[in-house]
Design a protein around this ligand. Structure first.
Ligand code: ZN
Ligand code: ZN
Length: 346
């Protein structure tokens, strides 16, 4: 099969590799589309030690496809729920199931987790294998393109389900890439009357407004904290979602929070951020990290996309798998016009 293979910092090549073969409890899937994640981009730049340790590696964990083969025990394990020919989406996190986090249902923070496209071969390829219990059948009305965005949305579903105050008034979303645009939509669904999106790129803010942001702030030209204060009569935001992960965004987040407010940190960022923790203490701010999602978050994301409550199509550009290296480079150098790029094998 053809696959986009990562060899280390800035080295991606499309080449022929052997077809993968499903183990007894695995499923072989023909990939329809696979999205390029921000974490794949940091891998491409050489900033992901987990990926660097596995080269040569086929990345890609945001994908939809069709089952072409079931391992010997796969059908029985799923009670016959999956069959060859089914259109599917894959939850790519393979938690151990045995550690205290897994036993508590917090599979997203399992320290022994394998991820397709990181520890195991991913879906920037014509074919991929996945454990059968990671495979979810698509409703007929969910398109292959929409399905490939389920994983991305699941990240924000986890944030809003586990961290957002109920029926909140004011949400600030820092960063208007794919995660930020999905956070804007979930903030609207959660009932927020003020949804303020920020970014360093003006084009992204246009998209944020189209997807429901009531206000936007170009953070290179305007003061985010001043804007939030002005829009909330000096009170601040109840909930801030940081999808950017940059030190400046994290500092703005703390300063923009209302007393008792909650900050959810989603953007991975890199390096250190210096923060003044005095306001965290004396305004009782809650600063929470959020990582990935559980199966239940993933299913909820699939439902939200299928029902049309969350729109993903407008943020997607589809390219051919052979253009993978070119689009990785474009996303890291001039991402303004691109939000989510999906690679499609021939
Ligand atoms: Zn991802
Ligand atoms: Zn575990």
């Amino acid at each position: 099969m053809q696959a986009l293979v990562f060899y280390g910092s800035h080295q991606l090549r499309v080449e022929s590799v052997p077809d993968p073969c499903p183990a007894p409890d695995e499923v072989l899937i023909r990939v329809h589309m696979c999205g390029i994640c921000g974490s794949d981009l940091s891998g491409y730049l050489g900033h992901s030690p987990r990926r660097n340790a596995r080269v040569p590696l086929i990345m890609g964990h945001e994908f939809s496809g069709r089952i072409v083969e079931l391992g010997r025990d796969a059908q029985r394990r799923m009670g016959g729920a999956l069959a060859v020919g089914d259109r599917v989406v894959v939850q790519p996190l393979i938690a151990c199931g045995a550690c205290p986090a897994c036993r508590a249902g917090r599979t997203n923070i399992c320290p022994n987790m394998d991820v397709l496209g990181i520890e195991r071969a991913g879906a920037f390829a014509e074919l991929v294998v996945a454990p059968v219990n990671r495979v979810f059948k698509l409703p007929p009305e969910t398109s292959d393109l929409d399905a490939a965005l389920v994983e991305t949305l699941a990240v924000e579903v986890h944030v809003f389900r586990s961290m957002a105050p109920p029926l909140l008034r004011t949400v600030v979303v820092l960063g208007a890439g794919a995660q930020g645009l999905l956070a804007v939509q979930l903030a609207k669904l959660a009932g927020a009357s003020l949804v303020i999106a920020t970014d360093v790129v003006a084009q992204r803010l246009e998209r944020a407004r189209a997807m429901g942001a009531t206000h936007t702030v170009l953070s290179t030209a305007q003061d985010v904290v001043e804007h939030v204060q002005a829009l909330t009569d000096g009170w601040g935001a109840e909930f801030v979602v940081d999808t950017a992960g940059a030190p400046a965004a994290r500092q703005q987040a703390i300063a923009a929070l209302a007393p008792g407010g909650v900050l959810a940190l989603v953007g991975l960022g890199k390096g250190e951020t210096s923060l003044n923790f005095l306001p965290v203490v004396n305004r009782e701010l809650r600063v929470l990290g959020s990582y990935a999602y559980t199966d239940d978050d993933f299913l909820r994301a699939l439902e939200l996309i299928t029902s049309g409550h969350v729109q993903v199509r407008d943020m997607v550009q589809v390219a051919r798998l052979e253009q993978g290296a070119e689009f990785f480079e474009r996303l890291t150098t001039q991402p303004a016009d691109l939000v989510k790029v999906m690679l499609q094998p021939a």
